[in-house]
Design a protein around this ligand. Structure first.
Ligand code: GDD
Ligand code: MG
Length: 334
């Protein structure tokens, strides 16, 4: 089975991390988001993945130089300009000759969904589109559906105003598409699958949805990116999505205190530093005696500095002894 994975967004909500690394290549538990996502597609029977990208493919080619990722064959569909979600799916499907039922996934979603079960449900309903649903507390930042007990969707509303959502089941960003959907997408302009195509499929009684309780997170915001990392090291996800917090070749000084944190291979932590509920990425440096909490770090933190609730990009420098407390990552509720 083939799949199109949408990775064309600019990752603005994850800046400045995404100034140096595209969002899908940021690691969660030492493995790029896109590789974890594709591994799950492969477990569900996907063999060929087209990455729909709106910008240069070079970082992806460098990350997966043999054209394979997590056991799937990778191809790239590079849009001449960002075409929005449906435009990108159309471009990728036509560009790579997709001619039968295929899977589509938002590139920032990490889930333990059984893709084979979603495909089986799709076929059982003779659906044109089948959408994975997940329950959330506040649906207003997502696509929301109303459906009957068999799963037939009667309404799809993208990002409804607060209080207007018909349910708390949201579009979880993984779909099965019939090839016929491509013919619904106008050529040559930006088209949103959520705002334009799904409502049209609903009107023809072709959109079905399957809610599951599987692990699910959209890792596209700093707090959720941090959470996605912590979920892997604390084994809140299903096996094999587990990892140790500290990469075997990370450089740790003496008497380092590490709690609930991920330390990448290329990170350095000085003597007596304390790191809690944080992700130290490749290139991060934490000076001796520094304290880092609830933060994601690529840059340099001086000796004795205090860093809380921060997202520090590759160029960031916190001076020795400096205190920095941002509001980029809300303090965890206790
Ligand atoms: N190739 C390409 N071209 N990809 C794009 C483009 C484009 O022009 N625009 C967006 N994408 C990709 C993004 O990179 C992301 O992987 C995916 O499409 C969805 O875009 P987001 O910007 O992350 O959307 P969202 O998170 O606000 O909402 C979407 O996901 C929710 C679940 O996480 C919608 O699908 C919602 O309905 C859904 O609930
Ligand atoms: Mg998203």
């Amino acid at each position: 089975m083939r799949a199109v994975v949408l990775v064309g967004g600019f990752g603005t909500r994850l800046r400045p991390l995404t100034n140096s690394v595209p969002k899908p290549l940021l690691p969660v538990g030492h493995v790029p988001i896109i590789e974890r996502l594709i591994a799950n597609l492969v477990r569900g029977g996907v063999t060929d993945v087209t990455l729909a990208i709106g910008f240069k493919p070079e970082p992806f080619l460098a990350a997966f130089p043999d054209g394979r990722c997590a056991g799937a064959t990778l191809t790239y569909a590079v849009e001449p300009e960002p075409l929005d979600t449906a435009g990108a799916i159309r471009f990728a499907a036509i560009h790579t000759g997709i001619d039968s039922t295929f899977v589509v996934a938002n590139g920032d979603v990490l889930t333990d969904l059984d893709i084979a079960a979603l495909v089986a449900f799709h076929r059982s309903r003779k659906a044109e589109v089948t959408m994975h649903l997940t329950p959330v507390q506040d649906p207003s930042a997502f696509g929301v559906v109303d459906r009957d007990e068999n799963g037939l969707v009667s309404r799809f509303i993208e990002k409804p105003p607060p209080g207007a959502a018909p349910s708390n089941l949201i579009n979880a960003g993984t779909y099965v598409f019939e090839r016929s959907v491509i013919d619904r997408i106008p050529d040559g302009r930006k088209v949103s699958v959520e705002r334009e195509i799904f409502p049209a499929v609903v009107a023809d009684r072709g959109l079905w949805a399957l809610p599951t309780q599987d692990y699910w997170i959209d890792a596209g915001q700093p707090d959720l990116y941090l959470q996605a990392n912590l979920d892997v090291i604390s084994r809140r996800r299903a096996a094999p999505n587990w990892a140790d917090g500290v990469a075997p070749d990370a450089v740790l000084g003496d008497d380092v205190m590490l709690t609930d944190s991920v330390v990448a291979r290329g990170a350095v932590v000085g003597d007596g530093a304390s790191v809690a509920r944080s992700v130290l990425l490749d290139g991060a440096f934490v000076g001796a005696g520094a304290t880092v909490s609830n933060s994601v770090v690529m840059g340099r933190i001086g000796a004795g500095a205090l860093v809380t609730n921060c997202v520090l990009g590759a160029d960031a420098v916190i001076e020795d002894g400096e205190s920095r407390c941002d509001e980029r990552i809300p303090a965890p509720s206790t």
